[in-house]
Design a protein around this ligand. Structure first.
Ligand code: GDP
Ligand code: GDP
Length: 438
């Protein structure tokens, strides 16, 4: 099941970043071992009382452009409505209730998503509590007083947030249709690819009834089987605020990737692969999702017999942390190879859900250890006792060792390669958990 998404919305300077940073805590370094990925404070993984969720900060409004604040807030709120399971609407007791708050509250109320109304900067409950009552006028429920900077009231607020999470999302649990997120920079051809797949190939398009996301996902039938494309509305509705494009496209990416089985990462062949592409791909890698790199606009470049080889190398070099990713060369314009995407998605999902027997895994490990001695430090050598697969999506392995400190990243990578040599697992990351045997 995908993790719930919580978005913070509010005017500039009410304290959104302050709250976000507190909640994100140490998890703020989003992608730890993915090179080329900047640590944007846009999203973070949070845990409260054993519930995990992804927090997004829709912020980034320019505080001194008061005439466009409202339109930017609307945009923020729309992103939150499209993507979040719960919305935290933050106001400021010191600034009081302002007109823009009321307008955004109207918008959130109509969206029928759970909204938690938070009044920040209540640094002293005695002094400011009475001032929070005016926020009842927004008509979106009880205001929850907090002080982000003094960390007051945060626990009560989080209790309220997780109370609104779906108990268990039976809809998604029973739904075994492959879920596909098409991601990539602006203008690489995401919408064109989706429109092609939905349109000209005469797929049957039907909206998904009964979910809170029905307006934004699209189901498609291909070869008698249904596939769900995530956040197709988000791709059609392009951001009006140019300078915020990158932030918003990252938010959309994170929330779509979170709900996907397989991520279709689109790259523009004319432009070649860039650092920003690496950053976006890193989101899928970090979240353990299946991935296929789709090099689009293949019609638009001059080719000879070495072109595919050259492009493959460039992609592999820039995305060196995901050698398992599949690569396809397509054209949304001509439709070339595009429908092969469905078979690719099927294969990747098979790999994501593959289970390897413990006996076989231990044979591979024993052989690997015999071929390359494990590392040692200060006279102590790493000993590997046992390996077993504990989960799928992504395939997750626990390795029991004598001393965790001795298990170098490079040796884990070596074992990963051995497992991949035997079973492929193409298109999916693998996760390794190292445990000491007591
Ligand atoms: P954002 O623009 O909504 O992200 O707001 P920030 O998090 O950047 O905060 C704006 C200002 O309000 C900063 O100077 C913060 O230090 C201050 N601030 C944030 N939370 C509190 C709070 O609980 N009490 C007080 N007094 N100030 C706060
Ligand atoms: P998005 O922002 O990623 O959704 O990109 P769009 O689908 O809006 O495409 C951006 C531009 O690239 C448009 O002008 C498209 O017509 C063009 N485009 C998309 N796919 C292809 C393709 O396969 N070949 C060529 N030559 N142009 C394409």
């Amino acid at each position: 099941m995908s993790k719930p998404i919580v978005a913070i919305v509010g005017r500039p300077n009410v304290g959104k970043s302050t709250l976000f940073n507190i909640l994100a805590g140490e998890n703020i370094s989003i992608v730890k071992d993915t090179p080329g990925v900047t640590r944007d404070r846009i999203y973070a993984d949070v845990e409260w009382l054993g519930k995990n969720f992804t927090m997004i900060d829709t912020g980034g409004i320019e505080p001194d452009s008061s005439d466009i604040i409202l339109s930017q807030m609307r945009e923020q709120a729309q992103i939150a409505i499209d993507t979040a399971d719960v919305i935290i609407f933050m106001t400021d007791v010191r600034q009081g209730l302002v007109d823009a708050d009321a307008r955004v509250a109207d918008m959130l109320r109509r969206a029928k998503k759970p909204v938690i109304l938070v009044v920040n900067k209540v640094d002293s409950f005695q002094k400011f509590m009475a001032d929070t009552y005016e926020f009842y006028n927004l008509g979106i429920g009880d205001p929850i007083p907090i002080s982000a900077s003094s960390k007051l009231g945060i626990g009560d607020m989080l209790d309220e947030v997780i109370r609104h999470f779906p108990e268990h999302d039976t809809e998604e649990e029973e739904d075994d249709r492959p879920r596909i997120a098409v991601v990539g920079k602006p203008n690489v051809g995401k919408s064109s690819i989706i429109n092609r797949l939905l349109g000209e190939n005469r797929c049957i398009v039907s909206d998904i009834a009964g979910t809170t996301r029905d307006a934004i996902d699209t189901a498609v039938t291909w070869n008698g089987k249904e596939y769900v494309f995530i956040d197709t509305a988000g791709l059609r509705r392009k951001s009006k605020i140019k300078e915020e494009l990158e932030r918003y496209s990252i938010i959309r990416t994170v929330t779509a990737v979170e709900r996907a089985d397989v991520v279709v990462m689109v790259i523009d062949a004319v432009e070649g692969i860039t650092e920003q592409d690496a950053k976006i791909a890193g989101i899928a890698h970090d979240r353990g999702k299946g991935i296929v790199i789709v090099v689009n606009k293949w019609d638009a470049i001059e080719k000879n017999d070495k072109t595919i080889y050259k492009y493959t190398n460039e992609v592999r070099n820039t995305l060196s942390y995901m050698p398992y990713a599949e690569i396809m060369f397509v054209s949304a314009l001509t439709g070339q190879r595009l429908v092969k995407l469905f078979d690719m998605v099927d294969t990747i999902i098979e790999n994501q859900t593959m289970r390897v027997q413990t006996g076989v895994l231990n044979e591979i490990m024993t052989e690997a250890v015999a071929m390359q001695q494990p590392p040692s430090d200060k006279g102590k050598r790493l000993r590997l006792y046992y390996i077993t697969q504990v989960a799928v999506k992504p395939p997750t392995f626990v390795i029991f060792v004598n001393d965790k400190e001795l298990m170098h990243f490079s040796y884990t990578r070596y074992l990963e390669n051995k497992i991949r040599e035997a079973f492929g697992f193409r298109g999916t990351p693998l996760k390794f958990i190292i445990r000491e045997r007591g």
